[in-house]
Design a protein around this ligand. Structure first.
Ligand code: CA
Length: 440
């Protein structure tokens, strides 16, 4: 864990990258999220990048120019790869050393790049000239169901008398997802076909999903893994987490409704999952690490292997925006559909990881664990259209005069997430965005 002293010392540190000093910027010098990029139109091999203001720092170019002298040889090697898997495998000490080296390079009083225009041209790329790729090769993807508000909302639509199943408050429920169809923000999403049963009295039909939805989630990338047959202790859980991204678990509700029993989601969720490209590290999130909400007085005690070992919830505001094709054509700003907070989850990312590995299941660097839909106790904080429109009963009015109960072709869904509080630097995650293409 980053010490409090370190965090405080860098709180007010400006960067010579002017755009990073804007108080509303997602990527100040205190954030330094990592990603994988390619210069637009270059055909280059993918390279490791760090976001700073509205710029992308080409980390491999910095390594090659020998302007990160404090970097360990292991870090320099891992940061010259085409994915972040190798760097994720290095562990907390290596990540912290790299973060310190990058902070020094980008600090306002460090002249190395600041005063060398030719070198700066080699190492800095405007975000508008960078294509962001997936941060890692994702071997395995798991999706949890950690918001009790989401589980209760959805459960009460289908089981009004018994919304929460008996296991919910004993273990973080999840399912193994599909990694091949995870795409970076900005990739269009094709409306899926599926087997649907719109009339419960008639046989199912095959055709385009009519009830396409999003799910606003956060997700963690696994750092160092665990050996098969071993487990992870709660006290070590955060050392196995590299960082966090925003995730959209696109969901075909009509496919889901017909297929989900008895084994859970399958085709309803395997056609596309979108992630934001910048991985915000736990070191950057440290000022926003808080205790999980207390369990209710009637909640069952949590079994010992899942008992919290320190704070492991994160105070992250999450927002969902929608812009129809018509709104974008008319230049209308996207409308905000919801705003919630990641602290409203019943289970923490540490508990999800520990439970996942508790059988001896081996997690590997670059595995992705998603939280489940982030919904809070209020209507405004509902993280899916299923909940916002309450299964289609309460249509949502858009600024273009149309209504939505689920997503229409041409709709662009954008998720944003950020942390802010007095006395700490605001940090953000960038966008997690996708447009719905018509079925073919
Ligand atoms: Ca989900």
């Amino acid at each position: 864990m980053t010490t409090k002293t370190t965090t405080t010392a860098t709180n007010n540190l400006p960067s010579w990258v002017e755009s990073a000093n804007d108080a509303t910027c997602d990527f100040p010098i205190q954030n330094l999220p990592l990603g994988i990029f390619r210069r637009r139109g270059s055909g280059d091999e993918p390279r490791v990048a760090v976001a700073i203001g509205d710029q992308v720092l080409d980390v491999q170019a910095c390594v090659e120019a020998r302007i990160l002298p404090d970097l360990s040889p292991e870090a320099a090697c891992a940061l010259s790869a085409t994915t972040l898997n190798g760097f994720m495998a290095q562990g907390r000490a290596c990540w912290a050393g790299t973060r310190a080296a990058l902070t020094r390079l980008l600090a306002a009083d460090t002249p190395t790049l600041r005063d060398d225009p030719a070198l700066r041209d080699r190492c800095l790329v405007s975000m508008t000239d960078a294509d962001m790729l997936l941060p890692a090769t994702i071997g395995d993807y798991t999706d949890f169901y950690a918001s009790v508000h989401h589980a209760t909302n959805v459960g009460s639509m289908f089981r009004p008398d018994n919304p929460l199943l008996p296991n919910y408050k004993h273990l973080p429920v999840g399912y193994h997802g599909r990694s091949s169809s995870i795409v970076p923000s900005g990739t269009p999403v094709r409306r899926p076909h599926g087997q649907l049963r719109p009339d419960d009295a008639a046989p199912p039909v095959f055709g385009p999903s009519r009830l396409l939805d999003y799910e606003m989630e956060m997700a963690v990338f696994v750092g160092p893994g665990n050996d098969q047959g071993g487990r992870v202790a709660m006290s070590d859980a955060l050392d196995h987490i590299f960082g966090m991204v925003i995730l959209n678990d696109w969901s075909a509700r009509d496919v889901q409704k017909w297929e989900y029993q008895p084994l859970g989601p399958f085709n309803a969720k395997n056609f596309a999952t979108t992630v934001s490209p910048w991985v915000v590290t736990l070191d950057a999130l440290e000022p926003y690490r808080v205790g999980a909400p207390p369990r209710g007085p009637d909640d069952p005690p949590v079994l010992e292997y899942l008992q919290p070992a320190g704070n492991a919830a994160y105070d992250i505001t999450v927002e969902v925006y929608l812009a129809s094709q018509q709104m974008r054509d008319a230049g209308t700003e996207p409308v905000r559909l919801s705003r919630g907070n990641f602290t409203d989850m019943y289970w923490t990312v540490a508990q999800m990881l520990v439970h996942h590995a508790s059988t001896g299941c081996n997690l590997r660097p670059g595995d992705l664990l998603a939280s489940g839909t982030v919904s809070g106790p209020t209507e405004e904080s509902r993280g899916s259209m299923l909940e916002l429109s309450w299964r289609g009963q309460n249509p949502i009015e858009l600024p273009d005069g149309t209504q939505r109960t689920f997503l229409a072709d041409g709709d662009e869904v954008t998720f944003r997430a950020f942390c802010e509080k007095p006395g700490a630097p605001r940090i953000g995650f960038g966008d997690c965005r996708g447009v719905i293409l018509p079925a073919v």
